[in-house]
Design a protein around this ligand. Structure first.
Ligand code: G6P
Ligand code: ZN
Length: 542
């Protein structure tokens, strides 16, 4: 039996960079989750009788929301839902499942790399039939709908046993609980030379992987350990936990410090990697060398043809605006299109669908390709391993060769987390006001060449996205970017992105923060971060 239940709108249901993210107690408010899911369904047309994929990263509250979503899908008229066993689907695996089964769309329950637990973060994101995050047009409709919603529809049936693989029927709808790993693992085997990687590993090449107690544990166990032969003792934190063991499942140098220390130590394995809460991000570290996400994108793009799935070359490369220009140099050399999009994977969807790019990446530790419509952590790990197996070189050699060939882009991001929203907005507004008079300004040893607020014109559908971050270009090719995070759940996070291009290989071994010191100083001078926020140092440096 279906019920229609009255509900009043919640004023705070505006999806951010990647869906709606809030603290768990917010989602637990009576009717809150239901109102948002109903707003999604009300914004979609023509799903009657079609399939919906539902899965999440296993964090606290995942199972409860999955049961609610299943009952609401039934009452709203979906014909079938596909759910990952245990409620688990990594974000890239969910994207693949939507594409493979030609589903109408999917609900991905995750707050990515944010912490989990009863007072921590939760999130709901809607993905469309191409497997990618809903474009802004749809997220804006969802938000508009959430502001006037007055009822939701839900079916009355018992909880589905999410741990039992099989097909069930409830509320007039088919419910398929599927193995979350096997389809995805099979897809990876079509893209990469598993034989070559296996041979390399069998020959003593040591691979370490930190699943951070998040969703990639089962994927790493199947793909890296069972199909490739990686030593299970080097696959860390492979059991998904609802609170990620109390840690941030964020694969950066702060939260994956144990892996970093291992890779920098005397007994370092040859290759180390980590992924985040929902499995779409990656961290790549070679023996004694950290590869920045911006560099990783460039290096993967330059070498992708060595993997079977990309042997015919790339159609183009895309990166988010704050990501460094390292990939642009690869695109220029390959003679393929290069695209610069706003932050957020959803902006790559049109380019990928239109065949205008094959590989995309972001400074925020996301890399992926046209195999799905999400960024993909294990994909990046496997492409690196495939390249290493084909080139028979160390990560360090590949990195240094790349810099020698293309020049090195020193790159860093400084985050100021949980600052007061008003102060953050004021800082951005003040910067914006100085944009017109910025050119020619001298700060320390740096001279501003031009400055703007980034606007994206989507070349495929013609849509325009404004206010995507402030860019300050300096003479000599350095760049500063300021933007506010769109994924936080408390206060505002100011991100300052710095890059400096160094063509001379005699100067490729500087320490990154030292190489960027003039830019760090310029950022403070131009934005007055300390004066406006009271913060004299960033919370996180990556
Ligand atoms: C999520 C999105 C990414 C985006 C990142 C940036 O992870 O999936 O595409 O790059 O958020 O988030 P921010 O906090 O900088 O808005
Ligand atoms: Zn993520």
């Amino acid at each position: 039996m279906n019920r229609t239940i009255s509900v009043s709108p919640f004023s705070d249901q505006k999806p951010g960079t990647s869906g709606l993210r809030k603290k768990v107690p917010v989602f637990q408010k009576t009717g809150y989750t239901e109102a948002f899911i109903q707003s999604i369904f009300d914004s979609l047309d023509g799903f009657e009788g079609k399939s919906l994929v539902i899965g999440g990263d296993g964090r606290f509250y995942n199972r409860e929301v999955i049961q609610t979503a299943i009952r609401m899908a039934a009452a709203n008229g979906f014909g079938r839902v596909l759910v990952g066993q245990g409620g688990i689907l990594s974000t890239p695996a969910a994207s693949h499942l939507i594409r493979k089964t030609k589903a109408f769309g999917g609900l991905i329950l995750s707050a990515s790399h944010n912490p989990g637990g009863p007072t921590e973060d939760f999130g709901i994101k809607y993905n469309i039939s191409n497997g990618g995050p809903a474009p802004e047009k749809i997220t804006e409709e969802i938000h508009a709908r959430s502001q006037v919603i007055d009822r939701y529809m839900i079916a009355d049936f018992d909880d589905v046993d999410l741990d039992l693989i099989g097909t069930f029927e409830a509320g007039g709808m088919a419910i398929e609980v599927v193995d979350p790993v096997s389809d995805y693992a099979d897809l990876m085997e079509t893209l990469f030379d598993f034989d070559a990687i296996r041979t390399m590993v069998a020959g003593g090449f040591k691979v370490a992987f930190d699943a951070m107690h998040a969703v990639t544990g089962p994927y790493a166990s199947e793909i890296l350990v069972r199909r490739i032969g990686v030593d299970p003792a080097l696959v860390f934190n492979a059991t998904p936990l609802e609170d990620f063991g109390g840690h941030h499942p964020d694969p950066n140098l702060v939260h994956a410090k144990a892996l970093y220390d291992l890779m920098m130590g005397p007994d370092a394995p040859d290759f180390g990697a980590a992924s985040d809460g929902d499995g779409d991000r990656n961290l790549i570290i070679g023996k004694g060398v950290f590869v920045t996400p911006s560099d990783s994108l460039a290096m993967l793009a330059a070498n992708a043809h060595l993997a079977p799935g990309y042997k015919d070359g790339l159609k183009g490369i895309a990166r988010s605006m704050p990501t460094s220009g390292a990939a642009d140099r690869v695109a220029a050399k390959l003679g393929v299109e290069m695209h610069e999009t706003p932050t957020g994977w959803k902006f790559f969807g049109n380019l990928l669908d239109a065949g205008r790019c094959t590989i995309c990446g972001e400074e925020s530790a996301g890399t992926g390709s046209d195999h799905v419509r999400e960024k993909d952590g294990l994909w990046a790990v496997l492409l690196w391993l495939n390249i290493l197996a084909a080139r028979r070189q160390s990560v360090k050699q590949i990195v240094e060769d790349h810099w020698a060939e293309y020049g090195r882009t020193y790159y860093s991001r400084h985050d100021y987390e949980a600052i007061e929203t008003d102060k953050a907005n004021e800082l951005m507004a003040a910067l914006e006001e100085t944009l017109d008079t910025m050119a020619g300004r001298q700060t320390g040893s740096m001279v501003v060449e031009r400055a703007d607020s980034f606007t994206y014109h989507d070349p495929v559908d013609g849509s325009v996205s404004r206010n995507q971050g402030i860019r300050i270009f300096f003479e000599g090719g350095s760049r500063l970017v300021f933007r506010l995070s769109g994924t936080g759940t408390s206060g505002a996070t100011l991100r300052v992105y710095m890059e400096r291009y160094e063509p001379d290989s005699a100067r490729h071994d500087q320490e990154t923060q030292a190489a960027l010191a003039p830019l760090i100083e310029a950022a403070e001078n131009l934005a007055g971060i300390a004066g406006r926020t009271g913060r004299t140092a960033p919370t996180v440096i990556t």
